[in-house]
Every structure is written in C-alpha cells, then in structure tokens.
Design a binder for this molecule. Structure first.
Ligand SMILES: *Cc1c(COP(=O)(O)O)cnc(C)c1O
Ligand SMILES: [Zn+2]
Length: 556
C-alpha cells in the first residue's frame, strides 16, 4: 500500500497537494493556502453505509466515516443531528407549492444548527489536546461551543459583539464560558479574538477555514437526502436531492458544508443530481448579494452592518463568498436579500401556520423563499427544503448575578450601532383591529385565509359559506373589508357584488376577490371598478394578500 492509497487525506484545492489525514494541519505545506479539504474513500464508504446505516441511530455520527475525527474515543455528543425533516403542508398550501419541507434545526441540543459544528470542532480540539480556546461569534456558535466545551472540560473565551442580545450572552455564560463583549462589529470582534488568542497562545477557532466546522455541515445534506427518500420514495438512486436548499446566510459556513455533503453523495451514487442553493441575507448586511450583483469574484465587505438580526451580521464573508459564487454561477441558485420586517413577519407566518416558533435569523430563509417564489426564480412544483436554522433559549438574569461579562472596546473608531429591540419593531407592525368578512364556500380555503390573517394581526374575522349568508353577514356586521370568492352556491360572487353596489350603505365597503376561476374578458369587465384587487388562489403569497388588504382598507 502506498501513501496515495491512504484515506482520508488532506487535499489543497489551490495547488492539488495531498497527504494522509494523520498530523494536524491548518495550512497547505506546499502553497501555504489556508483552505484545506479532506477527501475520503467514497466507494468503500458507500459499501459500509449500505450495510450498516440501517442499524445506526439518527444522530450526525451515523455518517461517521465522512467526518474528520481521527479517534472515536474523542467524540463528544449531546445528541446532535438527526433533526426531523417536516413536511410544511399549510405553508405549501398558502404558497401554492407542492413539495415544501423544513429541516428543523431548532431541535439541536442548544437550539441551532451550530450544534453540529460544535460537536465536531470541540471533539477535534479534544483530540488535539487543546485545554483553552477562543471563539468569535454572533451568538449561536458561542452558545453551542460553550455547551460542548463544558462537556469536554475545555475553557472557552467567547467574544461577542455588544449587539448580541443579552439573553444569548447569558446562555453562553451559564455553561461557564468567559464572555467578552466587544463594542464593535462582528468583523472587528473576530480581530479582537484573534489578537487575544495570539497573545495568550490560545487555540483559535478558524470559522469557515476550519475543516471540522465545514465538514460537520455536510451532515445536514446527508440527512435531508436520506429523509427526502422516505417522503418521495427512491428515484434512480436510493436517496433524493431536493431541487432547492434554502438557508439564511451570514458567514456562509452552512451552505459551503452542505454543498460538499451533496457532492459526496453524488460521488457515492446515493443521489443523481445536485440541488440549487439559495442564500438569503439581511438587506442591511448583504455583502454576498451585492457583490454577486456586481459580478465580483471576491466579496466587498459591508463595513457598517445595519440589521437588527445580529446573528447574520457578518460584513465580510471572505472565502465563503468566492466558493458560493462559483457554485451558483455553475449550477444555478440564488443570492437574495430581505428586510428585517419581512423576516419578522415570516416569524408570525411560520408560528401560526406550522406551529414553529423561530428566531429572526431562521425566519429570514422563509422570507427569502416567499420572495424567490414571487419572482419566479423558484417554481411552485419544485422540491424545496428550507433550513429552519435555530431558536436559541434565554437564561434568566437572576441566575447569573453581575460579573458574568467583560467589555472591551474594539480598537478602531466605531460607526453608530444599529437599533436594538426586535420587540419594539414587532409592536410597530401591529395594526388597529380590522373587521374582515370572508365569503367562501370551501372550508379549507376559508380556514387558510383566516389563518393567514390571524398570523399577522388582530383582525376580527367573520365567515360565510355562500353568497346569501354573506350578504346577511355584511349587513349585520358592516366589516371594513370583504374577501370574496366568485364561485359559490345560492348567490355567487358576482351576485354579491351587484347587491353591494345597489345598497347605498354597503357600496363603499372595499372588496378583494380571491378566486380559483379563470375569468373570461367579459367577467373581468364586470369586476372592474367594483373591486380593489383580484387574487388567484394558490398563486399569491400572504405578503401580497396583506398588502392588498391594507391598501383596500386605507382607500376604502
Ligand atoms: C449561524 C446561523 C445562520 C447563518 O449561517 P452561516 O451558514 O454561518 O452563514 C443562520 N441562522 C442561524 C439561526 C444561525 O445560527
Ligand atoms: Zn496548496
């Protein structure tokens, strides 16, 4: 057996250098590049998996052969991975999608998909004999690293930007990590942490450049493909790739690792094609989206992130952008951005339609999905998987006392910080109570409209299942708005409109028609001037519906 037969092995994508995965290596010994991959004996592992996977428990370690830990004795586990892939039927119905799935990463041990990263990265630290380490974070990495370091007996210094909500910082502290609050951006915080680690001779977590961190994220892809096969049945291959993998993106570690995971599955013959990636960023910190629009090879950093969603406020995505840009140019996919408000609204939609409460950073991916569907970038008949990346839990103040945090100033002059306070902004979204009548004969459609409305505000809702009942209801309740189906028994929607027009007291109530019916030109003419908007069932997002409603109510 020669050296080149030994797997796993390091591989440098820049100069093609390779050596067996034996000694710890952070940089390429040949070209000094700081991005090394690990490659494996895929044919042999495919055989092992076929035989053994059915017997293994559903944690990320069932894919052990493709994870770069040298010795199993160093493995740390809190039960990470093995999160459910949920079928989002209500949301799919609202959006008119046929195959929509949610990878529920809230169900990790500390409540975000960073648990995969921490489990592997801290296990590797233990393997390397590390006893004290530093990490910079926008919140969730620090929480997860703190938990796994507690398990490993490693002392951890967590450097967080001062904009990270105090609840998240306390969650880091409860595990015994040293919390250092840096008044500056995340990119400045990373430099402060690196400087501290160097002066103290501490091990520094290398973020996207860490092999363990990237490799851990492959397990998201492995699980999705394996779980999708049980929903869709095997196709040409035993497992199934979705058409789209959608994630909210900050530093880009997730999609970079997930992509490598799908590539390995393709190489092993477990899937027959690659998905497309949709990377969603916050408008106030969207270096990837903006750089891609300009056709840049390297990301232009955003120096002053302006988003209240601090988890995703990485201004300089570095090599992750270069990697993802190549992938999206070559295979299709999308970079998209959404406003903070769009993400906050998506929180309500997902909680009220699917029973999933999530943090704003996770909801961003859903807001991105809504946008990409309405732009026609993602088609409604495609198989879509959204990573619901997290919902971390706050520790109560009184548990910690006073001195659980230290504060340092980042060395450079600082721009004014963006406003904190998600709650404040959520409150300002609240409207006065509005009274809305829904006239719709189909119970499922009625329920869906009611739930979309209830998801979004204190609307008072009245329902009628045919035109005659509807007219009685309108006379009695005098709603601020009517949502009207056209095809109904007894009196149809056209009849309702005529009756409203004929009644002086009712003719000014605004009406939005929501219909599945293909209208003839003559029917369209009958509606013009009498309604505020026409929405095709199954082809509008809740955003569009709500926009029409608020316009109708304001103009009416
Ligand atoms: C880290 C994180 C992200 C961003 O992930 P990256 O792959 O690092 O860009 C999104 N959502 C949540 C909840 C996160 O914790
Ligand atoms: Zn090299």
């Amino acid at each position: 057996m020669t050296d080149s037969d030994t797997f796993p092995r390091f591989h440098c994508p820049r100069c093609n250098y390779s050596e067996p995965f034996v000694r710890p290596l952070e940089r390429c010994p040949q070209c000094d590049g700081d991005w090394l991959d690990v490659i494996y004996d895929y044919a042999q592992i495919a055989r092992i998996w076929q035989r053994e996977l059915p017997r293994r428990p559903a944690t990320m370690w069932r894919y052990r052969e493709l994870l770069p830990l040298r010795n199993d004795a160093h493995r740390l586990t809190l039960g990470e991975g093995g999160t459910p892939l949920l079928r989002a039927s209500n949301l799919a119905m609202m959006l008119g999608c046929s195959q929509l799935y949610i990878k529920d990463e809230r169900q990790g041990p500390t409540g975000s998909f960073k648990d995969r990263q921490a489990a592997l990265a801290i296990s590797v630290m233990k393997e390397l004999g590390v006893t004290e380490a530093a990490v910079a974070s926008t919140g969730n990495v620090a929480i997860s690293y703190a938990a796994y370091s507690a398990l490993a007996g490693i002392k951890i210094w967590a450097f967080l930007t001062s904009l990270v909500p105090a609840e998240k910082m306390r969650e880091v502290a409860i595990y015994g990590a040293k919390v250092v609050k840096v008044t500056g951006t995340y990119d400045q915080t990373k430099r402060v942490a690196a400087d501290f680690a160097q002066r103290r001779g501490l091990y520094l977590d290398r973020g996207i450049r860490s092999i363990a961190a990237r490799e851990s994220m492959k397990t998201v892809a492995f699980e999705i493909a394996e779980q999708l096969a049980s929903y869709l049945g095997p196709g040409l291959t035993p497992w199934r790739a979705p058409d789209w993998y959608i994630q909210s993106v900050s530093g880009g570690l997730g999609p970079v690792g997930v992509w490598k995971g799908f590539e390995e599955l393709l190489r092993m013959g477990l899937i027959d094609r690659m998905p497309r990636l949709a990377c969603i960023q916050a408008e106030g910190c969207a270096p990837m989206v903006l750089s891609y629009e300009k056709g840049l090879e390297k990301a232009e950093p955003v120096l002053n992130p302006r988003t209240r969603i601090i988890t995703v406020a990485t201004g300089d995505p570095g090599p992750a952008y270069t990697f993802l840009t190549r992938v999206i140019r070559q295979h299709g996919g999308a970079f998209e951005m959404v406003s903070d408000e769009e993400s906050f609204r998506a929180i309500h939609v997902l909680a009220k339609l699917e029973g999933l409460s999530m943090e704003p950073a996770a909801a961003m991916a859903f807001a991105g999905l809504f946008k990409l569907l309405s732009k026609g970038v993602i088609r409604r008949d495609e198989v879509i998987v959204v990573n619901c990346s997290g919902h971390t839990f706050p520790v109560e103040k009184h548990l910690l006392g006073e001195d659980w945090v230290q504060t340092v100033e980042a060395p450079r002059a600082l721009a004014p910080a963006p406003e904190e306070g998600l709650l404040g902004s959520l409150e300002s979204l609240g409207r006065e109570v509005r009274r809305i009548a829904i006239l719709e004969d189909e119970p499922g459609a009625r329920r869906l409209l009611r739930r979309i409305l209830q998801a979004r505000g204190p609307y008072q809702i009245f329902e009628a299942e045919n035109g005659r009942q509807g007219l009685e209801l309108i006379r009695q309740e005098r709603p601020d708005l009517v949502l009207l189906d056209l095809m109904m028994p007894e009196v149809d929607g056209f009849g309702v409109l005529e009756a409203l027009q004929a009644d002086e007291e009712l003719q000014n109530i605004p009406v939005i028609v929501v219909t599945a019916k293909e209208l003839t030109p003559a029917e369209r003419t009958r509606l013009i001037g009498h309604i505020q908007a026409l929405l095709q069932k199954g082809a509008f997002t809740d955003e569009e519906l709500l926009r029409e409603i608020s316009e109708a109510v304001e103009n009416g």
